[in-house]
Design a protein around this ligand. Structure first.
Ligand code: AMP
Length: 422
């Protein structure tokens, strides 16, 4: 199928040509005509499927046809709600590109930065607003934004929204939207609470589902290394000796873990940086930019931080740990081999994670190819139940000590520096 067959307006087709998109992805082929017909959509799709364009393109077309060339201050007619700043920025960038031959104006708002520029943009007027929930509510409460003219509402990554605790914000926002509107709801997974939320938002929706979470893209080659806990770091350095791996996204379960991995990599002179929730917005943006531009070779991310990263043609993903939820593994490796490109996903497994590999293989219904030819083979066995209990006790103790020390040094720091914001 071609984009030309979707009855898109010329300015959008031209912009898509500039992006070198030749064919719509499955979700685009299904969602674009449905949204153009004015129907509500329940989309089950994860990032990497092309869902951003699937909702952005019909929004642009709708607004362009309605008020594209009218003079005067634009009316805020479309709201896209998304959980993270990174996602918000990326959606905004995509809309900017797809609408570059129209007069549509859009802006992005998110927390963690000063509001001044965002307020200015809203005062100048936009047709489309991409927002994270907290800052949006904030600006609504300050009467800088109102949603009374919204015709199209998108709730993106609904499952992640709930994971991140945004349910109350969403509940507050819903009554502020006009009853008569078109709504699009996207989520990678559809547990009961998400289905329930979707029912509060959508009216007679058309359900569109692409690549369910259990299916790993055919274009992703998956490999598995078994090793011991303490040799993971060495093994990662060993894997990265292959210099053809020029842009590698490494997943770490925890923020501290991500920092530790970066420390090990830097020691080995591998250009790398971490992004996670404890990094400032600027640090995250900088790391992402450096990664995209090839200034750093390895980006180490936690699952939540990585969710918002969109890098064209990311080839390598390394699971530095094996997630205990097999769906997380599928999401992670979905970051490589995007939109039909070939990808390589490598997992590094310590004895305690052997059981997780079995769960993953059950979910994806295939065996991951094990690579044995490396200097750090797994020689230890998983802990017994008693050993695990003891280990967890020790870990908790260390964690408590860590936080107690941090609290102490923070309060010493703040009494020295006044109450400076970190
Ligand atoms: P998304 O799922 O929206 O995060 O998109 C995943 C990636 O696919 C992004 O890098 C898009 O730029 C790219 N993409 C989206 N639609 C197409 C298309 N029709 N052809 C090629 N690439 C696309």
């Amino acid at each position: 199928m071609k984009f030309e067959e979707l009855q898109l307006i010329e300015p959008i087709l031209k912009a898509l040509k500039d992006k070198n998109y030749t064919e719509p992805t499955p979700i685009q082929a299904k969602a674009i005509p449905t949204v153009l017909k004015g129907k509500d959509v329940l989309g089950v799709a994860q990032t990497g499927t092309g869902k951003t364009a699937a909702f952005s393109i019909p929004i642009i077309q709708h607004i362009h046809n309605r008020s594209g060339n009218s003079a005067g201050k634009p009316t805020l007619s479309a709201l896209i709600l998304t959980p993270t700043r990174e996602l918000a920025i990326q959606i905004g960038e995509n809309i900017e590109e797809y609408s570059k031959y129209t007069n549509i104006r859009q802006t992005v708002i998110f927390g963690g930065v000063k509001q001044h520029k965002q307020v200015e943009a809203m005062r100048r007027g936009v047709h489309v607003l991409v927002a994270t929930p907290g800052r949006l509510l904030d600006l609504i409460n300050q009467r800088i934004i109102n949603l009374r003219n919204i015709e199209l509402f998108v709730l993106d990554e609904a499952d992640r929204m709930l994971d991140m605790g945004f349910i109350n914000d969403i509940r507050k926002l819903l009554p502020l939207l006009p009853k008569k509107r078109q709504s699009l709801f996207f989520s990678a997974t559809m547990p009961d609470n998400i289905v329930k939320l979707s029912r509060q938002i959508l009216e007679n929706p058309i359900k569109i589902e692409v690549s369910p979470v259990s299916s790993t893209a055919e274009t992703i080659q998956q490999y598995l290394y078994y090793t011991n806990r303490l040799t993971k770091k060495n093994l990662l350095n060993h894997i990265l000796e292959d210099e053809s791996m020029d842009q590698v996204l490494v997943f770490s379960r925890t923020k501290r873990g991500a920092d530790r991995v970066v420390k090990g990599l830097l020691k080995n002179k591998t250009r790398s940086a971490a992004i996670h929730g404890d990094k400032s917005q600027n640090q995250r943006q900088k790391a992402l930019k450096q990664f995209k531009e090839g200034d750093i070779r390895v980006l180490v991310a936690t699952d939540i931080a990585a969710r918002g990263i969109d890098i064209d043609k990311l080839r390598y993903v390394i699971n530095y740990d094996i997630p205990n939820l097999p769906e997380t593994y599928v999401h992670r490796i979905g970051r490589s081999g995007r939109a039909g490109e070939e990808g390589i996903a490598i997992a590094i497994c310590e004895p305690e994670e052997n059981a997780y590999v079995r769960d993953i293989e059950k979910l994806i219904n295939k065996k991951i190819k094990v690579l044995n030819d490396h200097p750090y083979p797994q020689t230890e066995t998983p802990m017994t139940a008693a050993e695990k209990k003891e280990w967890n006790k020790e870990k908790d103790k260390r964690k408590q000590e860590f936080f107690a020390n941090r609290k102490k040094s923070k309060s010493q720091g703040s009494s020295r520096n006044g109450n400076r914001r970190r």
